[in-house]
Design a protein around this ligand. Structure first.
Ligand SMILES: [Zn+2]
Ligand SMILES: [Zn+2]
Length: 388
């Protein structure tokens, strides 16, 4: 029997660890064993499988070790669909290291509009077009208490901010890739917001700062995962997550741990943790949901916080728990849930993949008249002097 080993709680990937940090990294028995480490390109997703990769596990300012919030879901359906839940700063660098087709990364689900969950949208919309993204980009997200706080207004503003970038790609990028399609839904109720190619995505309301924040559940072929987004523990999540295989729930260190680690005042941290989830209550949520595997996410990872987080969660919940890091990867099948770390390629070449769309192209914009005099040609000798 293959036995997946987990890393010690202090064995973080950016300190050289190669395995997932978990109380136990495997539940059930996979049909075929998985290698100890996930090497991009070496394991095609299996039919019927959900593969979930944490692209961003950290706090609002990204670091070299941790991008900001983002979760990738690969689906083992005929289309090999990709879904991305939040696109925090730096998360797409981690996506690139997986070697997956950029053309398939066209469905984004936002949990809320904090900048650390949305900042790489411009990268996906603008920069990934230059790396081969050809079709429209579809983005789903909640409404606001008034229109200006909703997803639609935010997406219109991104489109406007990218006007120069978009115009500059005319002629060599497809017209379809310049289209940003927004779908805004009522964030106060649990509802199905996507149902195509055997994948169902359900949004449910969560409690985080303002109206409009949601979490998501993905169901496919009898397996599922739930992603909390940012939230204080709440009942809509517990109800929506019943029977799930993997629950990725946000979890900050307790105010006491943060005060002890930083030497700062405990009151300051109580204000922050009030809009988030502390370990003992994350454990309570796991106990109420009973996922096959519970995963913690959205923490500035240093050994001094990981150890108390896992100790406090496991005092309340005795099922398997993973502390996710950037590029922690989960294979979910009916037989097993397995957590591993990706051996990332730091300098991956973009993989466009195929587009099934009929693409159209417009002509390049005319260059400004003054360029003709100002340009230094590639293939002709440059004059010794220049008079302008
Ligand atoms: Zn937030
Ligand atoms: Zn956040």
């Amino acid at each position: 029997m293959s036995q997946m080993a987990s890393a010690a709680y202090t064995d973080l990937a950016y300190l050289g660890g190669t395995r997932a940090i978990a109380t136990t990294p495997m539940v059930g028995q996979p049909v075929q064993p998985y290698p100890e480490v996930y090497v991009p390109g070496s394991e095609p997703i299996r039919d019927g499988e959900l593969r979930v990769t944490v692209l961003g596990s950290g706090n609002p300012p990204p670091t070299r070790a941790q991008a900001s919030g983002s979760i990738l879901v690969e689906v083992g359906n005929a289309e090999r669909d990709l879904f991305i839940f939040d696109v925090g700063s730096g998360s797409l660098a981690n996506f690139m290291s997986l070697g997956l087709p950029i053309n398939s990364l066209d469905k984004v689900f936002l949990t809320h509009l904090h900048a650390d969950h949305t900042a790489d949208l411009i990268t996906l919309f603008g920069s990934f077009r230059k790396a081969g993204r050809q079709g429209p980009l579809h983005v789903w997200g909640g409404d606001g208490s008034e229109p200006k706080f909703g997803t639609k207004v935010a997406l219109d503003a991104i489109e406007a901010a990218c006007a120069w970038d978009t115009e500059s790609t005319r002629g060599f990028a497809s017209n379809e890739s310049t289209v940003l399609v927004g779908a805004e839904f009522d964030a106060s109720v649990t509802s199905v917001v996507y149902e195509t190619n055997a994948v169902t995505i359900t949004a449910f309301p969560v409690i985080h700062n303002l109206h409009g924040a949601v979490g998501y559940r993905v169901d496919f072929a009898g397996v599922s995962m739930v992603f909390s987004g940012d939230t204080h523990p709440c009942w809509p999540l517990v109800h929506a997550a019943q029977g799930t295989d993997l629950l990725i729930h946000e979890c900050f260190p307790s105010a006491a741990t943060l005060a002890a680690v930083t030497g700062d005042s405990i009151e300051r941290f109580r204000t922050i943790t009030a809009t988030h989830t502390v370990p003992k209550t994350a454990g309570k949520v796991f106990s109420l949901v009973q996922p096959r595997m519970g995963a913690l996410w959205h923490t500035f990872l240093v050994p001094a916080v990981v150890v108390p987080i896992l100790e406090e969660v496991t005092e309340v919940f005795d099922g398997p728990v993973v502390q996710t890091q950037d590029l922690t990867l989960f294979n979910i099948t009916r037989e097993a849930v397995v957590a591993r770390q990706v051996q990332a390629a730091p300098q991956a070449v973009a993989t466009p993949g195929e587009s099934t769309l009929e693409l159209t192209y417009s002509t390049r914009p005319e260059p400004p008249g003054w360029w003709e005099e100002a340009i230094i040609p590639d293939d002709e000798p440059a004059p010794r002097t220049h008079h302008l």
